[in-house]
Design a protein around this ligand. Structure first.
Ligand SMILES: CC(C)(COP(=O)(O)OP(=O)(O)OC[C@H]1O[C@@H](n2cnc3c(N)ncnc32)[C@H](O)[C@@H]1OP(=O)(O)O)[C@@H](O)C(=O)NCCC(=O)NCCS
Length: 158
């Protein structure tokens, strides 16, 4: 069964609660924090940042950020790039990560996207198996930061 989550806009009312969502310390090398993500979004307007908090009921359990329909150029992958995805340490392994991707994919398809790119840090504990399990495949590229680039084909209905 699909996990029940909602993507929620971030406002002054929920920003602190969402910023408090954190991954396990050992996972911090794989993903930047929510606070850092807000800064990256502010500092990179050309990346067309789009982000949402992820709620289960009234509780924030995760965060997702994409580059939304940008014009690709060196250093900026797209048009659609999954830039940040995290589920809080105490909430992982319950299908929320998969449910977030399902919600995002539905929004992307509605926007006419045909593929979603992402990248992940390789090594012990990498989220790459999560992405591959969802259907992402490696493009064969390694980006300038040594991250493995992955692609999800949205033209095929799952
Ligand atoms: C990766 C992440 C978003 C997955 O969220 P989640 O809610 O735990 O994922 P789900 O419960 O939907 O798991 C779906 C499947 O992926 C697997 N999976 C999840 N995280 C995994 C990981 N790090 N390594 C290997 N497999 C993983 C689950 O075991 C599950 O497998 P199953 O379907 O065979 O049972 C979450 O673990 C996370 O926030 N990790 C730390 C941050 C991170 O690495 N983000 C990605 C940045 S590129």
């Amino acid at each position: 069964m699909t996990a029940q989550i909602r993507l929620v806009e971030i406002t002054d009312a929920n920003r602190d609660a969402v910023t408090a969502v954190r991954v396990h310390p050992a996972q911090e090398k794989f993903v930047a924090s929510v606070a850092t993500s807000f800064r990256h979004a502010r500092e990179n307007p050309k990346a067309n940042p789009w982000f949402r908090a992820v709620y289960r009921g009234d509780e924030p359990v995760g965060f997702v950020m994409l580059s939304w329909n940008l014009t690709p150029e060196p250093g900026l992958r797209g048009p659609y790039f999954l830039w940040r995805l995290l589920v809080g340490a105490g909430h992982q392994g319950r299908g929320y990560g998969t449910a977030i991707l399902d919600e995002v994919v539905a929004l992307l398809r509605a926007d006419g996207a045909t593929e979603l790119l992402t990248s992940c840090v390789p090594g012990e504990g990498t989220p790459e198996p999560f992405y591959r399990g969802y259907g992402f495949v490696p493009t064969g590229e390694i980006d300038d930061d040594g991250e493995v680039v992955l692609k999800l084909d949205l033209s095929v209905r799952s």
